[in-house]
Write a protein that binds this ligand. Structure first.
Ligand code: UDP
Length: 261
């Protein structure tokens, strides 16, 4: 698949054109940002891990009927994906209170929610991705009622699936953010799960120790972010104990002199 020109560069990913009109190439960078771009860093190997973890999760989701943009992973940092028009809303799904929910509403940190909570934020960095209601979405036509009803149903299915997946490997899925896009296929409009699902976009706590295995390690200066992401990948079975996220380099063989006896 030939890589074309850069179409869009975001905080953690770059999108390139491909040789097919309806497909694009998504490249995972090592850049980490938080607090609306106020905190920035480059963390070696993060993009490689997110590419693998997101591929793994989206592949599972498509197997349980959640249509998404992933076509296939191309290499360590890139995926071939369907070209969608992103709906300008960040869909946040919460099982346990933390982060902006506790800051905004004073809900006790770590409180287990009685039922899954869905929140909508406008995808606009200049405005700081403000929380919005469904009425805002309909009034300003960011999405239709039919689209939001469909997405809400999918969010609950995605959450149920992911809670089970992570519980099986000793991790609590605290919350996560996803995005959806409109895909035009033979004049038919389809809603597809898009973007990524990775420790950058989820909060993942170890079941026993509550150790954070996600981007909060960067937000809260806890250190060892790569080790935490590797831990998630290992538990998901996509990274073996001894694997290293850096490309393997083999030392040059030393010249050996063979003496003629
Ligand atoms: N999240 C994200 N991108 C954002 C904002 C939030 O992926 O721009 C994720 C975040 O990692 C967490 C969930 O959405 O898993 C809920 O985040 P929250 O609203 O608590 O915001 P934060 O505390 O990150 O500002």
């Amino acid at each position: 698949m030939k890589k074309g020109k850069k179409l869009y560069e975001g905080k953690a990913k770059i999108v390139y054109a491909s040789s097919e009109k309806n497909l694009v190439i998504q490249h995972f960078k090592d850049d980490a940002t938080a607090f609306n771009n106020k905190k920035k860093s480059v963390i070696d190997g993060k993009g490689i891990l997110n590419n693998r973890i997101s591929e793994h999760i989206l592949t599972y989701l498509s197997q349980v009927g959640i249509k998404n943009h992933l076509v296939k992973r191309l290499n360590m940092r890139e995926q071939l994906i369907k070209r969608v028009e992103i709906i300008p809303i960040e869909f946040v799904v919460r099982n346990i209170a933390t982060g902006s929910l506790t800051n905004r509403l004073g809900i006790e940190e770590g409180a287990v929610l009685d039922s899954t909570l869905i929140e909508y934020c406008l995808k606009d960095d200049k405005l700081g991705d403000p929380l919005i209601s469904k009425e805002h979405i309909y009034t300003f036509k960011w999405a239709t009622r039919r689209e939001i009803e469909k997405i809400d149903r999918q969010l609950l299915r995605i959450n149920d699936f992911l809670v089970g997946l992570f519980r099986g490997i000793g991790i609590k899925l605290v919350d996560f953010k996803v995005e959806f896009g409109r895909y035009k296929n033979n004049s038919k409009n389809e809603i597809l799960l898009a973007d990524e699902i990775s420790p950058d976009t989820c909060r993942l706590w170890d079941m026993n120790t509550e150790k954070k295995l996600d981007k909060d390690r960067f937000r809260k200066n806890l250190g060892n972010l790569i080790q935490a992401y590797q831990e998630v990948a290992k538990r998901l079975g996509i990274l073996h104990e001894q694997s290293n996220v850096r490309p393997l380099r083999f030392p040059k063989p030393k010249a050996v002199k063979i003496k003629n006896k």
